[in-house]
Design a protein around this ligand. Structure first.
Ligand code: 13P
Length: 342
């Protein structure tokens, strides 16, 4: 592990005024999102859509790093420039999702465990060669009747910790994402308690596996009193907190991040930023429709959301920013119905 290199990457990922763009939807999730808006689920459309995102002029002014999917990191722009190179040229750090998805947990109906540890050391080395400097692993915790079980939380936390240790060994900064899903009819108190419990167990496991907190980024869900929950559970050494949007509307995801930064940022040990997928991409996806003629308007929508979140990262976002762009607000109205990714 080159600690200095890892420290520099982790610092850059949560640099002031910047956040992460999650564009690591699996082919299945990406195809589903395409079908929801009438785009054919083909490999070329996935490539063209990712090219649209990665060639958005000015994206690097608000985005520090982009999380790619295995298919995407092997793809290239029409002119042959690899997506990884395109990102580096734009001043954006390439990252890669390395888990292989949440699978049914044996003996625990309704619960999942995220897989992907087998062969991970070699896969990380290959991704590093392709330009990736950070990675992501997402654990999924569902709240329901009698769940999550301790066994499910512990299995997921253990896998997250083994993944994070391998990343640091291999020169990639791990994003540790234990997502407590907001879907369901549980109360906000239950969501808080579950998130608190999950984060405690995750950090215990990270400690047990020797993960350096200052060389990792936490990617949590938001809860009702997010900052209180994080202060109770997240070590001060953690380099940064980059939230997932979790199905919130674009405007709400910006407003919530903004509220936390406006009120608390000077009192917190870690920067709070974004690592959104749906809450940055969705208006662009809807405006694109798979048509080359719509690329410009879709890129404008993407950059607009990135800028709203850049403002929220600084506590300077205001709802007026939404009113200023009514076409984009209308385009995002549909997106809160979309399911989370795998
Ligand atoms: P959302 O912002 O759409 O929740 O996705 C973030 C993510 O990367 C989930 O793993």
């Amino acid at each position: 592990m080159n600690k200095q290199e890892l420290a520099a990457i982790a610092k850059a990922m949560v640099a002031p005024g910047k956040g992460l763009l999650a564009m690591d939807e699996s082919n299945r999730t990406c195809n589903k999102r395409f079908e929801d808006v009438g785009i054919a689920p083909t490999e070329e459309n996935r490539r063209a859509y990712r090219e649209l995102i990665l060639t958005t002029p000015g994206l690097g002014t608000a985005i520090s790093g982009a999380i790619l999917y295995d298919e995407t990191i092997h793809q290239a722009k029409k002119d042959g420039t690899s997506f990884s190179k395109l990102l580096t040229n734009a001043g954006i750090i390439p990252g890669i999702k390395v888990d292989t998805g949440a699978k049914d947990l044996a003996g625990r109906p309704g619960e999942k465990v995220t897989e992907g540890l087998d062969g991970l050391r070699d896969r990380l080395a290959a991704y590093y060669k392709l330009g990736a400097r950070f990675a992501k692993w997402r654990a999924v915790i569902k709240i329901g009747e009698g769940i999550p079980s301790h066994g499910c939380i512990e299995a997921n936390a253990h896998a997250l910790a083994r993944y994070a240790a391998l990343c640091q060994e291999g020169g990639l900064v791990p994003i540790v994402e234990p997502e407590v899903l907001m879907d369901g009819d549980h109360t906000i108190e239950t969501c808080y308690e579950t998130t608190e419990q999950v984060l405690h167990i995750v950090f215990n496991q990270l400690y047990a596996q020797g993960v350096a907190f200052e060389l990792m980024i936490l990617k949590p869900n938001m809860v009702m009193a997010t900052v209180t929950c994080l202060l109770q559970t997240v070590p001060a050494a953690v380099r940064g907190v980059a939230f997932l949007s979790g199905g919130q509307s674009c405007a709400l995801a910006s407003a919530h991040l903004n509220a936390m930064n406006a009120k608390y940022s000077s009192q917190l040990p870690w920067p709070l930023t974004f690592s959104y997928a749906r809450a940055i991409q969705q208006p662009a996806l809807q405006l694109w429709h798979g048509l080359p003629a719509n690329v410009k308007v879709a890129q404008d929508a993407l950059l607009y959301r990135a800028k709203c979140n850049r403002a929220a990262r600084e506590g300077k976002y205001s709802e007026k920013m939404e009113v200023a762009e009514p076409a984009l607000v209308a385009a995002e109205g549909l997106h809160s119905h979309l399911g989370s990714q795998d």
